[in-house]
Ligand binder design. Sequence first.
Ligand code: AMP
Length: 397
Amino acid sequence: MSKVTVKDLDVKGKHVIVRVDFNVPHKGSTITDDNRVRAALPTINYLTENGAKVLLLSHLGKVKTEEDKAKNDMSIVADCLASLQSAPVKFVNATRGKELEDAVAAQEDGSIVLMQNTRYEKGESKNDPELGKYWASLGDMFVEDAFGSVHRAHASTVGIPSNMLAEGKKVGVGFLVEKELNVLGKALNDPQRPFVAILGGAKVSDKIGVIENLLKIADKVIIGGGMSYTFSAAQGGKIGDSLLEADKEDLAKEFMAKGEGKLFLPVDTVCANAFDNATDTKVVPAGEIPDGYMGLDIGPETVKKFQAELAGAKTVFWNGPMGVFEKPEYAKGTEAICETLANLDGATTIIGGGDSASAAKNLGFADKFSHISTGGGASLEFMEGKELPGVAVIPEK
Ligand code: AMP
């Protein structure tokens, strides 16, 4: 079964609302990475080239205060979007009311209206029923293409399509969501084996669901990063001042028991006597971190061990750095793993968004991966086996 897609909709002359992910990183009004805008272009171009009147909705940043609104004004995306494709783009500095409705009503076929940040509306994150119904009234059809937001049941991701479906209007997924579902769905449901998952990052608590599910599905699960120290402590290891979630030690033990023979942990660690401005850094065996030291990266023996476990893999899912990769002195483990994955022959290599995606881009390896997900949270929830509300609401063909 597969979802209705934008290609199944008869869009000519129709008002098509598209939920895109324009949550771009920015400093002031300068967009520092326009990848998310580029990722939305296949759907936007298809719609404008096929004569739709396109209304784009997205959130940008977190909006709690008036100051946040000023910092996260969607107008910064309008010029970027206009420069990346040829259809006319009109930005509307409103999320409801006459100005927005008039702009939509005046649209020519093949034109784009970009609405102000959806999170300017308090009801967006609460999936406020009135808001979803109102936004749905602005279009004839809806396309879900914000993969980075489909794990959230918000007014723009779930409220609009639910209301449209109730009114007999058509909804579908865009090309970006379709591609993400295909690639991640294949890894989850029918991976080419061996399937190796490599998980890192700060906290066990953020990755419980994904570790649990991947221990069932993958042939090997490799764990690095800050969360590996909770596993080490659970084995009775000395971890000094490293990150520890003491309340997750029992869970770590359970994972190690369930994952016997397929769960791989670091064998050595780079540790330092301070997080900032360390005066002493050394490599020690895992579980032997002296008091006053904290583990900040996987060590060279671990890199070799993980490389050996990755050799021959046919599918790899990677989420989370192996250490504090933002600091060059603790980035070596993450860089080595990233390079290993980039050079794995004949494997489908998938990065589940977030910091691992930034690492691959910064190291210049982005184009050597099969797929870099545009949604960190969404891809993790998908790999956990959870239903994504923004996808669930779109009917099957
Ligand atoms: P996450 O968002 O859970 O994938 O975590 C990413 C963060 O984990 C990055 O900011 C890393 O600096 C951090 N991290 C990775 N390894 C460690 C470690 N050994 N100690 C502290 N933080 C870490």
